[in-house]
Write a protein that binds this ligand. Structure first.
Ligand SMILES: [Zn+2]
Length: 363
């Protein structure tokens, strides 16, 4: 997104204090298991399971919304390989990816980071054992049905060829998973739906239609598409539900909180006092030799390398201006938040991202 001089100054200040940025410059010493030009991975010093890894882009931004597509694409594209190596080193049956955006969602450091948590049945980590308790109201359903089709069209209008993707077909297992849910978007690779009863209002699930269980089986291109859509869907949800934060929880493979092992991204809108504080764990000292595990995972990363897909799906940065022009106005709009306003047929203020960020940090 385009940053104002004030935002740039604020980020520069934040960066000076940032623990992750100090890890990148080696001002803080820790167990680095992977590094290239764009990204870095370290062992979490307070792991919830053996091999719990923190994976982050080197560019300092507090939340996903700030990253330009070219800054975040290599990060998404590397996730399958990272997971494969970590699972291999820890001999795990599953993995959970976790992201907290905003204080209300349990974010502690202002640097976007994804937790890669290796999982196996009986590992004792039960924070993500979901108990569905909130029904999707008719009002929110209607709002989603009004906003999503237009918002998704906006998204694809910004892709290289501008084509809106075909829905593709659904295999039986996909059909089974989405029964009773409100389908918000579908193409040949994935399906996005709001569940009838979730752990929060507007609990959204994203399933891969290509791979039933294992995130590590997606190609770089498929992973980039999957995570880009998840990030975009979360920003659309922001406009619908006005939360104070979001959690991404991706479950893949077998664990006690994912008995059938299905690959599913859960997007959870968070508010202060929403009763979901239990998703975030308390830091505890490792019960295993961190350095030994670090060495093992690092060794397993020997062939991890980002190779840009041959025909990358390119999201143009100036989508919004185009859309604004087509509608005859909105020349001062910026970023995705404004796109959503245009999609909603409302007058854009150009401040939606600012507003979202303020909500995230409770300012
Ligand atoms: Zn940082």
């Amino acid at each position: 997104m385009a940053l104002s001089p004030e935002q740039k100054a604020q980020l520069a200040e934040q960066k000076k204090q940032c623990v992750f940025c100090k890890v990148i410059t080696r001002e803080i010493q820790t167990q680095v298991v992977f590094e290239d030009r764009m990204v870095e991975a370290i062992l979490d010093v307070y792991p919830v399971t053996k091999g719990h890894t923190l994976f982050f882009p080197k560019e300092h931004y507090p939340i996903l919304m700030y990253y330009e597509p070219q800054e975040i694409t290599p990060f998404y594209g590397l996730i399958p390989q990272m997971v494969k190596s970590i699972k291999g080193a820890t001999i795990s049956t599953g993995v959970t990816l976790f992201v907290a955006s905003g204080g209300a969602a349990g974010q502690q450091m202002p640097h976007f980071v994804t937790h890669i948590i290796p999982r196996e049945p009986g590992d004792g980590f039960l924070n993500f054992l979901f108990k569905p308790r909130v029904e999707l109201t008719v009002a929110v359903q209607e709002q989603m049905m009004r906003v999503f089709p237009a918002a998704m069209k906006q998204y694809f209008a910004g892709m290289g060829d501008g084509a809106f993707p075909e829905k593709g077909t659904r295999s039986t297992w996909v059909e089974d998973r989405v029964r009773g849910s409100l389908v918000l978007f579908e193409d040949s690779e994935l399906i996005v739906c709001a569940v009838g009863k979730g752990i929060c209002m507007g609990h959204v699930e994203v399933y891969s239609k290509i791979e039933q269980k294992f995130i590590e089986k997606l190609s770089a291109s498929q992973a980039i598409h999957f995570f880009s859509i998840c990030a975009y869907v979360s920003s659309v949800l922001f406009s619908v539900l006005q939360p104070q934060g979001t959690n991404f929880i991706l479950k893949s493979g077998h664990s006690d909180d994912n008995k059938d092992g299905f690959l599913c991204m859960h997007i959870i809108a968070r508010k202060q006092g929403d009763g979901l504080q239990g998703l975030v764990w308390n830091p505890e000292q490792p019960k295993y030799d961190l350095a030994g595990m670090g060495g093992k995972i690092k060794d397993a990363m020997w062939n991890v390398k980002y190779v840009a897909p041959a025909t990358p799906r390119k999201v143009e940065e100036k989508v919004v201006e185009k859309v604004g022009d087509a509608k005859g106005g909105n020349s001062n709009t910026i970023g995705e938040g404004s796109t959503l306003k245009v999609a909603l047929g409302e007058k854009s203020t150009g401040n939606e991202i600012d507003d979202a960020v303020r909500r995230l940090w409770g300012k």
